[in-house]
Every structure is written in structure tokens, then in C-alpha cells.
Design a protein around this ligand. Structure first.
Ligand SMILES: CC(C)(COP(=O)(O)OP(=O)(O)OC[C@H]1O[C@@H](n2cnc3c(N)ncnc32)[C@H](O)[C@@H]1OP(=O)(O)O)[C@@H](O)C(=O)NCCC(=O)NCCS
Length: 169
């Protein structure tokens, strides 16, 4: 399996993966809206020539205190085609895309998701890094990964996703 940056010809496959994995259009629409926005990153997992997984990253702001030039990305959404789930594709996609984010200058990544899944990639509770989520969610569901040691040392506050996320339930 290969993980690579999204190409223009992947757009429809990415839509289909998100709709199939989430069982609705919202995440696919969100990706279509955010694609091309500055500092967003999009990666696909390719198995035998077929795009079977997708992960998207978009910049978040920290309302509070944080150096302006510190690039922090939010990982969302991530999706693997239902027939290909639980084979390690999601893990490889997330792991390799995080390495690429780091290589491209991102210092930390936040994720809103299942607390049993993301710690395997090094994510810890965002609360431990003095960050909270703007949405009313359980603390443990909001996690952060520093891609550089102590990258968030001078940050404290509320993490704000781009306004396009407000339409997701
Ligand atoms: C989440 C997702 C991307 C993982 O992809 P995957 O290829 O199945 O992941 P992997 O095979 O690497 O890992 C499977 C692990 O993820 C866990 N997992 C998968 N979906 C999960 C979920 N919704 N809740 C909790 N754990 C989940 C499984 O328990 C499994 O853990 P295990 O290895 O301890 O058994 C995929 O299941 C998916 O597309 N789900 C629907 C969309 C979604 O909920 N995305 C995440 C929110 S943005």
C-alpha cells in the first residue's frame, strides 16, 4: 500500500470514500469546501491502484496564547472504504501522513476522535497541553500530538477549527 498526496484525479474517489465511510455527504462536502485553502493537506492510501483511504488536515487557530507562526493542523476527516477497514490501512495512512505534515513544517496536530484509537500514534489528551476544544465534547476525545518536542510550550487556549466545520454535527 502506498500513501501519497492527493492528485486532481483523486477528487471523486475521495468523495466516495468519505460518503461510504461516514454514511452521509457532510464530510465529503467539507473536504470539497476546504480543498485548496491555504495550509490544508490531503493524502490518500492506494491499494493495488485503487484509492481506498483518505485523510485531510486543515489549519486551526488557538484563541488564547500561541506564537503566530506556529503551524498547528487539525486532522479531519479520516476515512477508509468500509470493505478495507480493520486491515491497518487507516493506521498506515495516519502514521505516514503525520510524518509528511512534520516534513512540511507543521509543529502539532489536534484530533477530535476516539480516545482508544489515536494514542497509538502518540496523541495525548489536549488538556495536558493546556488546550481545549471549542466544541462541547468530552475532554478525552480531544487530543494533540506535538511533531516537534515542546512545540506547544508557549501555547494555551481554545482550539478553533475553520468555520466550515461548524456545519458538521
Ligand atoms: C477510523 C478509520 C479511518 C480507521 O481505519 P482502519 O483502516 O479501519 O484502521 P486500522 O485497520 O488501522 O485500525 C483499526 C482499529 O481502529 C479501531 N477503530 C476503527 N474505527 C473505530 C471507531 N469508529 N471507533 C473506535 N475504534 C475504531 C478498531 O477498533 C481497530 O482497533 P484494533 O486494531 O485495536 O482492533 C475507519 O474505520 C473509518 O473510515 N471509519 C469511519 C469514519 C470515521 O469514523 N472516521 C474517524 C472520525 S474522523
Amino acid at each position: 500500500m502506498e500513501v501519497r498526496a492527493e492528485k486532481p484525479e483523486d477528487v471523486e474517489a475521495i468523495r466516495q470514500i468519505n460518503m461510504a465511510a461516514f454514511g452521509r455527504e457532510d464530510e465529503a462536502n467539507l473536504v470539497d469546501q476546504l480543498r485548496g485553502v491555504s495550509s490544508t493537506l490531503s493524502f490518500v492510501a492506494v491499494e493495488s491502484g485503487h484509492v481506498v483511504g483518505h485523510v485531510f488536515f486543515s489549519p486551526v487557530a488557538i484563541a488564547g496564547k500561541c506564537p503566530d507562526n506556529l503551524l498547528v493542523l487539525g486532522l479531519a476527516p479520516v476515512a477508509v472504504l468500509p470493505g478495507y477497514q480493520r486491515q491497518g490501512i487507516g493506521a498506515l495512512l495516519i502514521q505516514q501522513s503525520l510524518e509528511e505534515c512534520s516534513r512540511l513544517g507543521c509543529k502539532a496536530v489536534v484530533v477530535l476522535g476516539h480516545p482508544e484509537y489515536y494514542p497509538r500514534f502518540g496523541f495525548i489528551s489536549a488538556k495536558e497541553k493546556r488546550l481545549k476544544c471549542e466544541y462541547p465534547i468530552p475532554n478525552e476525545a480531544f487530543m494533540v500530538l506535538e511533531l516537534e518536542p515542546d512545540a506547544l510550550e508557549n501555547c494555551v487556549g481554545t482550539v478553533k477549527y475553520r468555520s466550515e466545520f461548524d456545519q458538521l454535527e
